[in-house]
Design a protein around this ligand. Structure first.
Ligand code: MG
Length: 418
């Protein structure tokens, strides 16, 4: 079949496609975080003293008491298996810009050959995926490879439902046997801890006696393209690289102003509602959706959260977008520049710092010039970005290089939320 015939056939299939009917919307309160092993579910299933201890670890980032791990693991397994999960996965983020998972069953074979369902604190806290083929999948000396995943208690475990079944997902850090970070979560957790320590010190110098744990918060906005699967499957470049490598500019580009913030196409809106329902069940506060500026481009933005949780949620949003797109006959492109000549998909992060006692530390108040606290924190952030700008841009540039061979150079964009 010639390329033209294939295109005509694709247009025919798209024209005669029956719209996937929109799901009846569920009440938000009913489905919110139903697939997340959050604090309220822990409180309901754990002894009081264990809950108190783990809550302290989650809210302050303090070290986990190893003696409570077994009790938490059992409660987590009971909750997950009751919801149909037969496997658990330590989810981690090696330096590939992708999410990695190693699935293990709850099954444990006994001496007499019988099996029981088992999940101990030891396997909850630490896993050992072979790290030999990270970050690029090339051939390695396996004797040099040893990667460990460690449970990140500050980010809640959740159940990822797909058509192939449900899996209990445990967010983890990924480190080498010598303790070096092999992912981006470890540096993020270290930066959150450093910010808490230093901001606490500054607030005390400013005269505050009562200073709560200082948390960094983030809200990442995700732009994406939706391409009908009939068209996408005819493009090996889109299928393999997630971006175009050849072709000519379309007849209609970004010259028109009818798409940006225009009415969302019916088929896309059904897709978005499906995505949002999955995200709500995962406790991800998807807040905003709209058409982006390029044809076929859209955006989703969650409400801000603690930086560590927001970062995990961002990875989950990308996974859910891609899975759901397939169900709706779309290919979802998350590449930052999939087409020449029109806008790429940005993903900027809104960042801030604050705590429960002093509030938003970047809040200028009514008289910013007399607000010493605001001036100190604002000045410190500007100084930090100036001093470590090359390092931050290097990380940003590295990401661009790993995803599109360095052809796209996106500037670092950081928005302070005040
Ligand atoms: Mg946007």
């Amino acid at each position: 079949m010639s390329g033209n015939e294939a295109r005509v056939q694709a247009v025919h299939q798209i024209t005669n496609r029956e719209l996937m009917p929109p799901k009846a919307p569920e009440r938000l309160e009913k489905i919110w975080a139903e697939n997340v092993f959050n604090l309220s579910k822990m409180q309901a299933s754990l002894p009081k003293s264990v809950f108190k201890s783990i809550k302290k670890t989650i809210t302050t980032g303090e070290k986990l008491d190893p003696s409570i791990a077994d009790a938490v693991a059992t409660a987590m397994r009971d909750w997950a298996t009751a919801k149909g999960a037969l496997y658990y996965a330590h989810v981690f983020y090696p330096m590939t810009n992708l999410t990695a998972e190693k699935h293990d069953g709850f099954i444990s074979v006994q001496g007499d050959g019988s099996v029981i369902s088992e999940f101990s604190g030891k396997v909850l806290v630490q896993g050992e995926p072979d790290g030999s083929s990270f970050p690029n999948g090339g051939i390695r000396d396996t004797f040099e490879a040893r990667g460990y995943t460690g449970w990140d208690v500050t980010s809640p475990a959740y159940i990822m439902e797909t058509d192939n079944g449900s899996t209990l997902c445990i967010p983890t850090v990924f480190v080498s046997w010598t303790g070096e970070a092999l992912d981006k979560k470890v540096p993020l957790l270290r930066s959150i801890a450093a910010m808490d320590k230093t901001a606490n010190k500054v607030l005390k110098l400013l005269g505050h006696k009562d200073v709560a744990h200082v948390n960094s918060s983030c809200g990442a906005e995700q732009e994406y393209f939706l391409i009908d699967a009939n068209f996408a499957s005819q493009r090996p470049d889109l299928m393999l690289a997630g971006r175009t490598l050849f072709g000519k500019a379309p007849a209609k580009g970004q010259e028109f102003d009818d798409h940006y913030f225009g009415a969302i196409p019916e088929r896309v809106q059904v897709f978005m509602q499906d995505v949002e329902e999955t995200l709500y069940k995962l406790g991800i506060p998807a807040k905003t959706r709209h058409n982006e500026v390029a044809p076929g481009q859209f955006e989703i933005a969650p409400y801000f959260e603690a930086a560590n949780v927001a970062s995990d949620h961002q990875q989950m949003i990308m996974t859910v977008l891609r899975h759901t797109a397939k169900k709706h006959g779309f290919a979802c492109l998350l590449h930052e520049k999939p087409f020449a000549g029109i806008n790429g998909s940005g993903k900027h992060v809104n960042w801030s710092v604050g705590n429960g006692t002093q509030g938003n530390l970047l809040d200028p108040g009514d008289s910013p010039h007399e607000n010493a606290q605001f001036l100190v924190f604002c000045g410190a952030v500007i100084r930090g970005v100036h001093k470590y700008g090359p390092l931050m841009r290097a990380r940003s540039q590295r990401q661009a290089m790993t995803t599109d061979s360095g052809l796209t150079k996106r500037p670092l964009r950081l928005c302070l939320c005040i």
